[in-house]
Design a protein around this ligand. Structure first.
Ligand code: NAG
Ligand code: NAG
Ligand code: NAG
Ligand code: NAG
Length: 430
């Protein structure tokens, strides 16, 4: 036993310092816990040297903001390193990258949509028209061609460029690497479409979703060595079903979706990754974990998914990616027998893009109630033509934990593991 503990300590101490920061999109400039953590993991204020990498010919809007935050607000040194397809294999650029103690990858790049001819290339779709990014955040949603451009530049045809090799060395040498969670996987990377589009793609149901569902099967930057699909802005944009469908279509069983302005700090990303949820003070956001290995084969085409196993982790929860298990901090207590509500409240817009976090709120309400299941719906619509969807949550085998929320004593924070969902498209005439 003592021997086993010593072994454990040795492994942990070897791993200290390798950290991948998975950002759930729309990271606010004033999110002190996350920015301070990134600087800390890169060596601390005054020591940290952070390279901000974009797939561009020159500096970008988002890169400038990230630099400004690190240098002006959080006490790190930072430089912008623009990398296009030729610079990505330039030894001088790779050496510069390797000299940093931290790397922040931005998806922003030059606006190809502004170029007349690019409108006719397959990389730019009509819905990709650039929108002005919000002022006070980084890792905002960028057009899907930018996401593809980033991956194609750093990892063309699934082969590491010299710059990506250098980024990996920064990690291996004990540095910090950060960026939008969605591009970090070695498994499929989601490019576009909402949950309804994802649910109905390639089924017999007639529908006309506004933004087509698409993902990149060849994977992303592969900065975490585990077969997971990642997504960002998960609860806010109701992306649970889009993540589930991507898993089923790409033959990957597990996924992790991170909420906006939230991060999962992954230690040991290239060996035995363990993540920990970090949020802004006083918020109940977190990470949605899902496992589709018990969903019956053929569910995709039938648009009917049973036995979707899902969990939700909140601030300070740790998560072992390999085992698929959570470790909770002692200040959170099991809810069982101490539920606060009699009834669970269903949502009538469970996959909503407009009302944030319907899935999360409904599931958190169920685990904190005396009921065992709750049935929610997503309403059908005529324009665009979309059938209704029914979503049933069952908590029979789930375990929930609750605590007063640090920084906001009036609210509780709730985590749970092992809830089950059934998702079914309703025929228009049902
Ligand atoms: C890459 O960027 C550099 C510096 O801006 C530029 O000189 C070069 O032409 C670019 N290469 C490509 C392939 O765009
Ligand atoms: C790009 O950003 C760096 C700071 O990281 C700055 O030194 C450089 O002047 C910028 N280049 C341009 C063309 O603005
Ligand atoms: C899916 O993955 C499993 C193992 O992960 C493999 O045995 C199976 O052949 C794969 N199926 C397809 C259709 O790729
Ligand atoms: C908690 O609620 C009380 C009464 O409604 C209010 O005065 C107080 O400001 C709240 N505290 C926080 C941290 O929101």
């Amino acid at each position: 036993m003592i021997y086993a503990n010593l072994m454990f300590l040795t492994c942990v101490s070897l791993a200290v310092g390798q950290n991948l920061v998975l950002i759930g999109g729309n990271l606010r400039n004033n999110n002190l816990p996350v920015w301070n953590m990134m600087v800390e993991l890169a060596g601390g204020p005054g020591v940290a040297r952070i390279g901000v990498i974009s797939a561009s010919n020159s500096n970008t809007t988002e890169g400038d903001r990230v630099i400004n935050n690190f240098v002006r607000l959080y006490g790190a040194n930072a430089i912008e390193i623009a990398v296009n397809e030729s610079l990505a294999n330039n030894i001088l650029v790779a050496n510069l990258v390797q000299k940093q103690t931290g790397i922040f990858i931005v998806e922003d790049s030059e606006d190809k949509a502004a170029n007349f001819w690019d409108r006719f290339t397959s990389l730019v779709r009509p819905n990709d028209t650039p929108v002005r990014p919000p002022n006070d955040v980084v890792c905002y949603e960028s057009a899907s061609y930018k996401r593809q451009n980033l991956i194609d530049t750093l990892r063309p045809s699934g082969m590491d460029s010299l710059v990506l090799t250098a980024i990996r060395k920064v990690l291996n040498n004990g540095g910090m690497v950060a960026g939008n969670a969605a591009v970090m996987s070695k498994s499929a990377v989601i490019l576009g479409g909402d949950s309804v589009a994802a649910l109905l793609t390639g089924t017999l149901f007639i529908s006309s979703p506004r933004v087509p569902f698409s993902f990149r099967k060849a994977g992303g930057l592969a900065l975490i060595d585990t077969d997971y699909v990642f997504d960002s802005q998960l609860s806010e944009k109701g992306r649970e079903v889009r993540l589930i469908r991507t898993l089923l279509d790409s033959n990957v069983s597990r996924g992790l979706g991170i909420d906006e302005n939230t991060a999962v700090i992954v230690s040991n990303p290239l060996l035995q990754p363990v993540g920990k949820v970090l949020t802004e003070m006083g918020t109940t956001s977190g990470a949605f974990y899902v496992d589709v290995s018990n969903v019956p084969v053929g569910a995709g085409a039938a648009a009917s998914y049973d036995n979707v196993d899902f969990s939700f982790f909140t601030v300070d929860d740790s998560f072992d990616f390999t085992a698929g298990k959570a470790i909770y901090p002692t200040w959170k207590k099991e809810i069982f027998g101490q539920e606060q509500f009699n009834k669970a409240v269903p949502s009538d817009d469970i996959l909503s893009l407009a009302l944030p976090a319907q899935w999360r709120q409904t599931a958190v309400g169920l685990i904190n109630s005396n009921e065992m299941s709750v049935t929610s719906y997503s309403a059908p619509s005529i324009v665009p033509l979309i059938p209704g969807v029914q979503v049933v949550f069952d908590r029979t085998r789930a375990v929930g934990l609750r605590a007063r929320l640090p920084g906001n004593s009036n609210a509780s924070v709730v985590s749970f593991q092992g809830m089950s969902a059934s998702i079914k498209v309703l025929r228009i005439l049902d």
